[in-house]
Design a protein around this ligand. Structure first.
Ligand code: NAP
Ligand code: ZN
Length: 376
């Protein structure tokens, strides 16, 4: 059995303010890494800058992190951090800024290196990273992963380095600013992490302990995602708790096939991460050979059976259309995705992947042109 989760987590309302001494003890000048606008609106950026200023810690802000951050943006932010001589990095926002902050912290600590370091398997120093999540979905505040968009390879891929934040300051009140679409997508990402970690080759007793607890919490708030009413404070709290727990789960196992397949839809059709992952979950459960595990998992989530689960997911997302040629390409890509295949406990085949796609998206047939014999 292995258990390794080195991130110190504080989870409570007004978390940044209450733990500002710990935050500011990490360095003398911070690079704050965030998205374009949400952290300014939900108060998280202000909370962090106030905490730093009150303790005399300097900072510089990079607020250009896009959704599904690219390697190019990482390098731009790292250049700023190097020029400004920062000695720690604070990621504020959803998974995109939090993942970006890890990759940026790596590049700042290795100013002599170029971007290829991100995907090289070698030991390299990294600046301390603090994560302040404002979505409840990725759990990036407690995972060692950073998923970046690689335009050169036209997909998304996790960097080779495992970088756990040293500190996670988790305040569910930031979630109250998220529109319903973001709330649903991110909550389904949490669900996918729990499912893909539970039905994973690398699961173990410790991992199960938290994943089962996470699944139970998730099951308790699932109806809130179907409603247009704003969730209660305790629901937001539960969403954040489930997200962080699910992050701890995948830290031990990694994600599985739905995450691997989702990256194509996000890169090529701009489908938000949680939506792109979520639509594959019912078909993933359907092909999973150990039905006892699936039954137990659905029980923890308080779904009667697979049919009820499929109906639930279908009611949240619109149908995604994919060209037949593209499906063939994705199936071939997944058959060579050794990382994700290793996390799936059974043998995968092209036919099985095709079945997952067929049952998850609408496949648009290639247009057949009539045959003209020009000699006639
Ligand atoms: P995101 O890409 O970080 O943000 C999505 C949108 O939500 C952005 O427009 C953002 O605005 C907005 N937003 C963030 N917090 C908000 C709030 N409190 N209120 C209103 N709007 C808010 O979304 P995400 O789903 O959290 O992260 C997805 C990324 O994480 C993907 O790149 C995915 O691959 C990665 N991921 C990482 C892990 C891991 O273990 N590290 C796991 C799963 C997924 P701004 O741009 O203005 O901030
Ligand atoms: Zn995810």
């Amino acid at each position: 059995m292995d258990f390794y989760m080195p991130t110190k987590v504080h989870m409570e309302k007004d978390c940044v303010k209450k733990h500002k001494k710990e935050l500011t003890s990490l360095g003398t000048k911070a690079l704050i890494v965030t998205g374009h606008s949400s952290s300014k609106k939900n108060g998280s950026l202000n909370n962090v800058t106030e905490a730093l200023s009150s303790e005399g810690v300097l900072y510089v802000i990079f607020d250009e992190i896009e959704e599904n951050p690219s390697v190019e943006t990482i390098m731009k932010a790292a250049t700023l951090g190097i020029e400004e001589h920062v000695d720690f990095v604070i990621g504020i926002g959803g998974g995109s800024p939090m993942d970006a902050s890890k990759a940026i912290a790596l590049m700042i600590a290795n100013p002599q290196e170029n971007e290829s370091l991100l995907y090289e398997s070698k030991n390299a120093p990294v600046l301390p990273v603090v994560a302040v999540p404002t979505t409840a979905g990725t759990g990036s505040e407690v995972t060692p992963y950073a998923i970046l968009t690689l335009h050169s390879e036209q997909t998304k891929r996790g960097i080779s380095h495992r970088i756990f934040p040293v500190l996670a300051l988790v305040d569910y009140t930031y979630l109250t600013f998220a529109p319903r679409e973001i709330m649903v997508c991110t909550a389904i990402d949490t669900l996918a992490h729990l499912i893909e970690s539970y039905l994973n080759t690398k699961t173990n007793v410790y991992n199960r302990m938290m994943t089962e607890y996470g699944l139970r919490i998730w099951g308790c708030f699932k109806d809130a995602l179907l409603s247009n009413d704003a969730p209660s404070e305790s629901t937001y709290q539960a969403m954040m708790m489930a997200s962080t727990i699910a992050g701890m789960s995948i830290s031990h196992t990694g994600t599985s096939l739905p995450h691997g397949m989702s990256y194509y839809l996000t890169y090529e059709q701009n489908i938000p991460h949680g939506n792109a992952v979520g639509i594959f979950l019912p078909a993933f459960l359907d092909i999973f050979e150990d039905k006892n595990q699936v039954k137990r998992l659905l029980g923890l989530l308080d779904f009667k059976n697979e049919k009820a689960f499929t109906k639930y997911i279908d009611s949240l997302f619109e149908i995604v259309v994919v060209n037949e040629d593209d499906v063939d390409r994705y199936v071939a890509g997944m058959m060579s995705n050794q990382k994700k295949l290793a996390n799936y406990p059974f043998k995968m085949t092209e036919d099985k992947f095709y079945t997952i796609f067929k049952n998850s998206v609408k496949i648009k047939k290639n247009r057949k042109f009539p045959f003209f014999n020009r000699n006639k």
